[in-house]
Design a binder for this molecule. Structure first.
Ligand code: NCD
Length: 309
């Protein structure tokens, strides 16, 4: 039996390097398959999604991934048109969605929401973003992209830039990187430094520096992972305005980077990477978004097939 079969994906902390490598191999296998064989993988299976927060890529990449492996998707992306509006609880909504499908994908503003849903659901639950806590499938696509572009993860110097306080992708990525031998530089405005309580465990596995100055590190970095300032999570708009536009990756900064450095971003981007970077060979964020479809297809294929595919 494959070890991912019928399992939830709640936290990236539940995975080790071997498991990442296995997922990467299956992702590559999916990418190499011809479309008709690919469509056999989850033929007749249904994914349901329940998104209490906005999403473009995560939800659509799950739908597109499921379609590419022969399954179908149904769900709620606008909570205001669902019975949540009438006061239905998350627990009841999850229970119903798990009756109508084989796997449930949940995004919710509260930390712990996916763990809670997994205790209620009769079908596996995938965390597609829980509060400021985690976004595990994003981290899998980020790690896959680094490996694919740089041919390795061990030995790299990785800068993570922007909103390290509220950006949940950062916490999942750091936990994932804890399985590799990498040097991490965290760069953020002082008020958006990483939450020390949330990285207590990660600290034991990963060495990193913290700074407010990107220019101190830019020349050394192999991977520049840029994040959006998470405006919606600020308790006070004044505080957001103080840090808005803190770091902007433009052609001037690109000149200082290693020639083969790659620039990643979980997207959506606002002004933190200028549009003229898009056409450079260093820009890999759209590739990263595309990889998200394939890594998610691999995960769905593994969770829904006892013997893999
Ligand atoms: C991220 C998220 O929702 O945490 N988006 C995504 O899934 N790619 C990042 C963000 O919103 O800034």
């Amino acid at each position: 039996m494959n070890e991912f079969y019928n399992k939830d994906i709640i936290s990236i902390k539940d995975y080790n390097k071997d498991q990442f490598e296995k997922i990467f191999d299956y992702t590559q296998k999916i990418m190499n398959l011809d479309p008709s064989s690919r469509r056999e993988i989850c033929k007749g299976k249904t994914l349901s999604y329940l998104f209490y927060e906005p999403s473009t890529r995560t939800r659509l990449s799950f739908e597109s991934a499921m379609a590419s492996i022969g399954g179908n998707s149904l769900g709620i992306s606008d909570i205001s048109s669902s019975s949540t509006q009438k006061g239905e609880s998350l627990a009841d909504t999850v229970k119903i969605m798990s009756i109508y499908s084989d796997i449930l994908v949940l995004r919710h503003p509260l930390d712990g929401s996916s763990r809670f849903a997994s205790e209620i659901s009769t079908k596996p639950v995938i965390n597609a973003g829980s509060g400021t806590e985690e976004h595990p499938t994003q981290a899998i696509q980020d790690l896959f992209t680094i490996k694919k572009e740089k041919k390795k993860i061990d030995g790299l110097k990785i800068g993570i830039i922007g909103d390290l306080k509220y950006g949940r992708t950062v916490y999942s990525l750091l936990s994932g990187l804890g399985n590799y031998d990498v040097n991490v530089h965290l760069i953020s405005p002082e008020s958006l430094r990483i939450r020390s309580d949330s990285i207590y465990e990660i600290r034991k596995k990963l060495s990193f520096t913290e700074s407010t100055n990107l220019e101190d590190y830019i020349e050394d970095l192999d991977v520049i992972y840029v994040t959006r300032i998470q405006k919606e999570r600020f308790p006070d708009e004044e505080e957001y305005l103080k840090v808005k536009g803190s770091y902007v990756i433009g052609l001037d900064l690109l000149k200082k980077m290693k020639d083969d450095a790659i620039i990643l971003h979980p997207l959506p981007r606002l002004d933190e990477i200028s549009n003229d970077i898009d056409k450079t060979k260093n820009a890999k964020y759209f590739q990263q978004a595309e990889n998200g479809k394939h890594t998610r297809a691999a995960l769905l294929g593994l969770i829904l097939n006892e013997n893999g595919f």
